[in-house]
Design a protein around this ligand. Structure first.
Ligand SMILES: [Zn+2]
Length: 349
């Protein structure tokens, strides 16, 4: 990297010193040590630091927590590359991947423990390897960042347009309006207020263990952006992500102005659900992502291996599609769509 000071892998206890020592205008690249493989090869989290000419807040961008969600890594790197330190007030830290074990294995989760990393925050230094990764990251994020953007994509089996996801923490000082004011810079298809209550139509697991929710609990603005789908590089979605990050930096006083005007209004989703298949077969979608579908109209159909339509997939109420399955092979209980059930238009002031 040109104009950068590379630092060797550092102990997680030394990150604070490395951050304090980073000179304004110099890009610093390094790695936070977490552990090692049997062969001795290091397990570590790569990071980039850039401080501006003037003091200000620290924005942390995490490229991905799920190893296949590469558009987020690209968007974080493209954003970082474009930063002009002369214009910067404060600092930007990028972790291109928080889950190197999963990325290197081309999987969502680390094969060593199969944990969803984004359900393990704030982490555990004595836990399974994913717990140790999340602890190493979160100790530094919570100590140094004033706000966090956690980038994701949908899984590789779906198509979707970029959208935002945020949670509301009951005891946090961060308001929903503040999060939507930041999110509008991404021009998301929808901004989903995700419930952390078990059984709310989300996937099972420890939803409060998401890094953004743990930051909200500490009074710091944090949210997720989903930039398309996994195992893929999509230039338009990556650019949408990079421009959104510039907008968030501008909204937070780190950059002088956004690269483009933010969305004036957001489609705020307050209830959503996965749509599971009843029968196995081949799913053929009839609609794309980010479209409204009237009550009873089919999202798609499931066709038997003999070519007959086994069932049409529809819902009793109006829906807005967030993601639609593109991989046709489905078994009973597989997800064929991810849809909004309730939404409104939210004007950001
Ligand atoms: Zn993800």
């Amino acid at each position: 990297m040109t104009n950068s000071n590379s630092v060797a892998a550092i102990s997680r206890d030394d990150f604070g010193t490395a951050f304090a020592k980073a000179r304004p205008g110099k890009r610093v690249a390094g790695r936070i040590q977490v552990g090692s493989f049997a062969s001795g090869i290091e397990i570590s989290i790569p990071f980039l630091i850039l401080k501006g000419a003037r003091p200000g807040p620290c924005m942390w961008v995490n490229g991905h927590v799920h190893g296949t969600e590469i558009n987020g890594t690209w968007a974080a790197l493209d954003f970082f590359r474009r930063l002009d330190p002369a214009e910067l007030s404060g600092a930007v830290i990028v972790t291109p991947t928080a889950n190197p074990l999963a990325m290197d294995a081309r999987r969502k989760t680390a094969p060593q423990d199969e944990q969803d990393l984004d359900q393990t925050f704030p982490g555990n230094r004595k836990g399974l390897v994913s717990d140790q990764l999340s602890a190493a990251l979160f100790e530094q994020v919570s100590a140094h960042a004033d706000l966090l953007v956690s980038l994701h994509t949908m899984g590789p089996l779906f198509v979707s347009e970029p959208y935002g996801v945020y949670k509301v923490h009951p005891e946090s000082t961060v308001s929903e309006e503040h999060l939507l004011r930041l999110l509008r810079h991404f021009h998301p298809a929808v901004a989903c207020r995700m419930s952390v209550t078990p059984g709310a139509g989300e996937l099972p697991g420890n939803v409060p263990g998401a890094i953004d929710y743990q930051m909200l609990a500490r009074g710091k603005p944090a949210f997720m952006v989903e930039l398309g789908f996994g195992n893929s590089t999509d230039p338009a979605f990556i650019e949408q992500g990079a421009l959104g990050l510039i907008g968030v930096a501008a909204e937070s006083g780190i950059l002088p102005k956004p690269a483009r005007a933010p969305a004036a209004s957001l489609k705020r989703v307050t209830r959503r659900t996965h749509v599971m298949t009843s029968a196995g077969g081949l799913f053929r979608a009839r609609v794309g992502a980010a479209v409204e579908v009237a009550a009873g109209d089919a999202i798609g159909e499931i066709v038997s291996i003999y070519g007959e339509v086994l069932t049409e997939v529809s819902l009793p109420g109006n829906i807005f599609t967030i993601g639609v399955r593109r991989d046709p092979v489905v078994h009973t209980g597989d997800r064929c769509a991810f849809v909004a059930l309730e939404w409104d238009d939210y004007d950001v002031r």
